[in-house]
Design a protein around this ligand. Structure first.
Ligand SMILES: [Zn+2]
Ligand SMILES: [Zn+2]
Ligand SMILES: [Zn+2]
Length: 226
């Protein structure tokens, strides 16, 4: 609460809402600007910062700048429903990605690299996916599931075997990949080799594809030609 008393002529006394000290202001200033809430600049800063304070909607940690979550991890896991279906009793409930979907899988961008939520979940839990085991496969055979202990790493061969064993057909290619059917294996390799050497806009016409497709090949290490 602010107190006001006319202690000395020409002056107004008020109480700082931040530190509680009494301070004086010129009456002429108060007439123009009103009574200040705080006694000085550092109290004013502390007061406005406290009022701008927000807490992460998932973990309650303090956040700044009007964000809802403290970290990308919290943002990611906030979009997961941990009461998913129980596909096999021994696995427990699947954790279902509630964000956007890409061919049945959860879709997301994580560090600009990952397209699939289940791969993100694996990375957030276990660290980078090793090159020699580049596929993140589902024990529960439930594509939108992102529960880390429902997943295991495998090679491309493991992936094909897993798929056949479960009688699943390969997912349809990404739209970008469909557009690039005209690209030969050699062209594909050449584009990859020229990353950082030429501009996408200069390279694309040589292969009859869009510059965006060239950039997609460069930026996505999991990009695969059908
Ligand atoms: Zn103060
Ligand atoms: Zn958080
Ligand atoms: Zn699952």
């Amino acid at each position: 609460m602010q107190k006001q008393s006319s202690s000395s002529p020409g002056r107004v006394t008020a109480q700082c809402v931040q530190c509680g000290r009494s301070f004086e202001m010129w009456r002429s200033y108060v007439k123009r600007r009103g009574i200040s809430k705080t006694c000085n600049a550092s109290c004013r800063e502390a007061w406005t910062a406290a009022r701008r304070q927000r807490w992460c909607l998932r973990c309650g940690a303090s956040v700044v700048g009007g964000r809802k979550f403290c970290t990308p991890e919290c943002k990611f896991w906030s979009r997961v429903d941990k009461n998913g279906p129980v596909v096999r009793v021994e696995l427990g409930a699947c954790w279902i990605w509630t964000g956007s979907k890409v061919v049945g899988y959860g879709g997301v961008t994580h560090g600009g690299l990952e397209r699939y939520a289940h791969r993100c979940a694996w990375i957030l839990t276990n660290g980078p996916i090793p090159d020699e085991m580049p596929w993140v496969l589902h024990r529960c055979d439930n594509p939108p599931c992102v529960r880390p202990d429902h997943m295991f790493l495998g090679t491309a061969l493991d992936n094909a075997r897993d798929r056949d064993a479960k009688g699943r057909h390969p997912p349809p290619p990404h739209p970008l990949e469909t557009r690039n059917r005209k690209l030969s294996d050699e062209g594909f390799a050449e584009i990859q080799a020229l990353k950082g050497v030429v501009r996408a806009a200069d390279l694309a016409p040589r292969f009859g594809i869009a510059p965006g497709s060239v950039r997609a090949i460069w930026s996505n290490p999991h990009y695969r030609k059908p």
